[in-house]
Write a protein that binds this ligand. Structure first.
Ligand SMILES: N[C@@H](CCC(=O)N[C@@H](CS)C(=O)NCC(=O)O)C(=O)O
Length: 84
């Protein structure tokens, strides 16, 4: 199991942006696909307090349920990018 878990929805452009950054940084991550129905997105709601995706957790750094694709991309770059 990888340290990073991403909550994802196929076809979601914001999720694609985050996946692209994870791949660019060559990071290992597990993907959990959330249901299309918001009322069924219980797991992502438990970790992040909301039902939108993308969301990531990063056990290695004590990050649980980070949402907002721009914040996630910035976090990944700052934590794992060339200047980290
Ligand atoms: N500002 C958010 C937008 C994310 C967003 O709109 N995600 C869609 C799927 S593509 C979603 O889950 N919307 C439902 C919601 O926000 O509750 C981001 O950049 O992460």
């Amino acid at each position: 199991m990888a340290d990073i878990t991403m909550y994802d929805l196929p076809g979601c452009p914001y999720c694609a942006k985050v996946r692209s950054k994870l791949d660019e940084l060559d990071l290992e991550y597990d993907v959990i696909e959330v249901p299309r129905s918001h009322s069924e997105r219980t797991e992502v709601e438990e970790v992040s307090g909301q039902t939108g995706v993308p969301v990531i957790s990063d056990e290695a750094n004590g990050v649980e349920g980070m949402s907002e694709s721009d914040d996630i991309v910035e976090y990944l770059e700052e934590t794992y990018g060339a200047s980290a």
